[in-house]
Write a protein that binds this ligand. Structure first.
Ligand code: PLP
Length: 414
């Protein structure tokens, strides 16, 4: 089955191409232009046409080691593996590591789908009220015990800090507590940190601080640098013998599936991962833009009567329309899929129903990506990035106004 996020992107793009006016809130694309220096590095590396080592070039691994170390996780180049995106790395990890997969619920669409491709069971544990990306520590042990009693073998715990779909950052005590439980149960933690550079204010807690010897980190340049289509991802395995052996297993998978990250992309990684000042500024500005637009969209959902955690990182919201259940029932809307369909068909707004992230069918939640509101053209997006008050730009303001109209239409109709 086609991944729900990529599928909705294609559906919405096709509608736009057919001339329909659609507000695209369905896809987790960072929606920002490529910085000139990065485009220049890629152009200059076009002649690099060798496969190169499966793990990545020595220079790129060295740059990645410095990048992780500057962010608080001391790392040697031998702990790094590159790949065409972090998605294949997550799948390689699920193939290489034993046991079933414990997931926060809701969580990013591909974890459960990949676990199923790897013939693993998933154990869904609800997230805490405060923030997503981690299972509620008060529910985790019970869920592990129940899963074991039904024949599951929990082996892997996936954490997404900061989180997609909720756009929040797990509380440090929750990360600490779930890592302690992972240690007690012998679980390996996969820490998906792809949004770590996009915390609106402050830093995200890291599982590597609490369970360094059993945490594997995946990340990449798709979100912080908005380079999703360039497919640059990397993993960091723990220091020591277990990490080395896991890296070997990952290389086994990688060498049979993707061989290596495209050599010109490794040149890009090498440049970006050195954190040159102009790129630090670029990420800084994008963080500000994501925060401003996500907060403005959050206000619209809350004003329409939905409940929604405040956005803390990246460019997502996960509103819950449960308070409007009676009004929505009057329109024949009894679950997330019907809600998403009504928003698209009646109001021209594309979102992803909570079901794609593990919610029950009768839930009224949806994932809203706000990053495609920055503009239709590269020039508009560049302006949004440089503007101190991007929400006041005419094209951003008019998109938010359209959203307001759609949500009020939905909430009003009886
Ligand atoms: N992890 C999360 C939580 C994501 O949201 C995404 C992209 O949407 C990915 C991983 C995959 O990113 P990529 O394969 O582009 O590195």
């Amino acid at each position: 089955m086609h991944s729900a996020t990529l599928a909705i992107n294609e559906t919405l793009e096709a509608r736009r191409a057919a001339g329909q006016k659609v507000l695209h809130l369905g896809f987790g694309e960072a929606g920002l232009p490529v910085p000139d220096s990065v485009a220049a590095v890629l152009a200059g590396a076009a002649g690099r046409n060798s496969y190169g080592p499966v793990v990545g070039s020595p220079a790129a691994r060295e740059a990645a080691a410095g990048w992780f170390s500057r962010r608080g996780a001391k790392t040697g180049p031998e702990q790094v593996l590159f790949a065409p995106g972090s998605k294949p790395l997550l799948f390689a990890l699920l193939l290489a590591l034993p046991g079933d997969v414990v997931l926060p619920c809701p969580s990013w669409v591909s974890y459960a789908a990949q676990a199923s491709l790897a013939a693993k069971r998933t154990i869904d544990v609800p997230i805490p009220a405060e923030s997503g990306g981690v299972p509620d520590p008060r529910l985790l042990e019970q869920a592990l015990g129940d899963a074991q009693a039904t024949g599951a073998r929990p082996g892997i715990l996936v954490l997404t800090v900061p989180d997609n779909p909720t756009g929040t950052v797990a509380r440090v005590e929750h990360v600490r507590e779930v890592c302690a439980i992972a240690e007690k149960w012998g679980l390996v933690v996969i820490a998906d940190e792809i949004y770590a550079d996009l915390v609106h204010d402050g830093r995200a807690p890291r599982a590597t601080d609490f369970l360094p010897e059993r945490t594997v980190v995946t990340t990449g340049l798709s979100k912080s640098m908005a380079l999703g289509g360039w497919r640059i991802g990397m993993a960091r395995v723990p220091h020591g013998a277990w990490g080395r052996s896991l890296l070997n297993d990952l290389v086994g998978v990688a060498s049979e599936i993707w061989s290596s990250l495209a050599a010109p992309m490794q040149a890009v990684a090498c440049h970006v991962l050195q954190d040159p000042p102009e790129l630090m500024r670029h990420v800084d500005r994008s963080r500000r833009l994501h925060a401003a637009v996500a907060q403005a969209a959050h206000a619209e959902f809350v004003a329409a009567g939905a409940v929604c955690r405040r956005p803390e990182a990246g460019f997502y919201l996960y509103p819950d329309f449960a308070p409007l259940r009676p009004v929505l029932a009057g329109q024949g809307i009894d679950g997330g899929a019907a809600l998403a369909e009504a928003l698209l068909e009646r109001h021209g707004v594309g979102v992803l129903a909570g079901e794609a992230f593990g919610d029950a069918e009768d839930g009224l939640r949806m994932r809203v990506a706000t990053s495609l509101l920055y503009g239709e053209t590269a020039a508009e997006r560049r302006q949004a990035l440089e503007c101190d008050d991007p929400v006041s730009l005419p094209w951003v303001a008019s998109s938010l106004e359209r959203l307001r109209g759609a949500l009020h239409g939905l909430a009003r109709q009886g």
